[in-house]
Write a protein that binds this ligand. Structure first.
Ligand code: ATP
Ligand code: MG
Length: 253
C-alpha cells in the first residue's frame, strides 16, 4: 500500500475562474475554484441550477477554456492561465472519460461498436478494439447485450454501455454529469455502485454532478457550488441521517 499523503491528486485546480460574456451580460460561472481529487475518490458536485457544476466538469474535461487559474491532470500541468497543449483532443482521449445524463450512444452502432469506436479513433485495430470493448461490457455486466442496438437497451443498460465507452481508453479521470438522472433509483444506485467500484479498482478519480440525494451516501466527498463559488467540501452524511438538519440537502436556490 502506498502512503496516501505522498500521492499526487489526479485533479488539481487552483484559482480557476470562468465567465461567459462581458459587461452587463457577464455571467461568472466559476469564481476562484480550488479543488483536488485523489485516485480512488468519488466526489459529488452539488448546487442549484446555474451554479456552475457542468462548467466545472467541462473545464476539467478540457471542453471549456477557463479565463484564469492553474490545473494539473494526472500529473501534467495542462493549464496555467492558458492551455499548455495545442492538442486538446489528445489530452481528452488520454486522460478523461465523460459520462452524460443521457447515454449519447450512436444509434446506428451496436453496443460493442459504440465502445470500440473510441479505440479505433485512437488508432486500435478493429478486432482488438472489439475484444477490449467486449471485455469492458462484461466488466460492467452488460456483455450479454453487446450486439444490441442502443434503441433496444434499457436505460440502465445504455448507461452502462456509455460508462464502458468512457472507460475504453483507460482514463484515470472520469467526469459524469447527472449520470443517474434518466434512471429510476434502483438503476441509479447500480450505476453509482459501478462508479465506486471503478474508483477503487482502477484507481480513478471520479467527479459526478448530481441532484439525487439518494446517492449522497455513495460519495466520498461532496463539493457544493453556489453562484460559481465553492461553498463547502465535506464528507457526506451517513445513510439514514434525517434531512431537516442536513445542510447538504438543497431546498432550492
Ligand atoms: N456557453 C455558455 N454561454 C453563456 N453562458 C453560459 C454557457 N454555459 C454556461 N453558462 C452560464 O454559466 C452559469 C453556470 O452554468 P452551468 O451549466 O455550469 O450550471 P449547472 O450548475 O450545471 O446548472 P444545471 O443544474 O441547470 O445543469 C449559468 O448561469 C449558465 O447560464
Ligand atoms: Mg449542468
Amino acid at each position: 500500500m502506498s502512503d496516501s499523503s505522498s500521492v499526487t491528486p489526479l485533479v488539481e485546480m487552483k484559482g480557476i475562474s470562468k465567465h461567459f460574456g462581458e459587461g452587463p451580460t457577464r455571467v461568472d460561472a466559476l469564481v476562484d475554484i480550488t479543488l483536488n481529487v485523489n485516485a480512488g475518490e468519488v466526489v459529488g458536485l452539488l448546487g442549484p441550477s446555474g451554479s456552475g457544476k457542468s462548467t466545472l466538469l467541462h473545464v476539467i474535461g478540457a471542453i471549456v477554456e477557463p479565463n484564469e487559474g492553474w490545473m494539473r491532470l494526472d500529473g501534467d500541468v495542462v493549464y496555467d492561465n492558458r492551455w499548455l497543449t495545442s492538442d486538446l483532443r489528445r489530452l481528452r482521449l488520454d486522460k478523461i472519460g465523460f459520462i452524460f445524463q443521457y447515454h449519447n450512444l450512436l444509434p446506428f452502432l451496436e453496443a460493442v461498436d459504440n465502445v470500440a469506436i473510441v479505440l479505433t479513433l485512437a488508432g486500435w485495430r478493429r478486432k482488438d478494439a472489439r475484444a477490449r470493448a467486449t471485455e469492458l461490457l462484461e466488466y460492467l455486466q452488460v456483455g450479454h447485450r453487446r450486439n444490441a442496438m442502443p434503441a433496444q437497451l434499457s436505460g440502465g443498460e445504455g448507461q452502462r454501455v456509455a460508462i464502458a465507452r468512457a472507460l475504453a481508453n483507460k482514463p484515470r479521470i472520469i467526469l459524469a454529469d447527472e449520470p443517474t438522472a434518466s434512471l429510476d433509483s434502483e438503476r441509479g444506485g447500480i450505476v453509482m455502485d459501478l462508479l465506486r467500484k471503478l474508483a477503487v479498482e482502477q484507481q480513478a478519480a471520479i467527479i459526478v454532478v448530481t441532484h439525487d440525494d439518494k446517492i449522497l451516501g455513495r460519495l466520498d466527498r461532496i463539493v457544493q457550488l453556489r453562484d460559481g463559488r465553492m461553498i463547502s467540501s465535506v464528507s457526506p452524511p451517513a445513510p439514514g441521517v434525517p434531512k431537516p438538519n442536513n445542510p447538504l440537502v438543497l431546498t432550492g436556490a
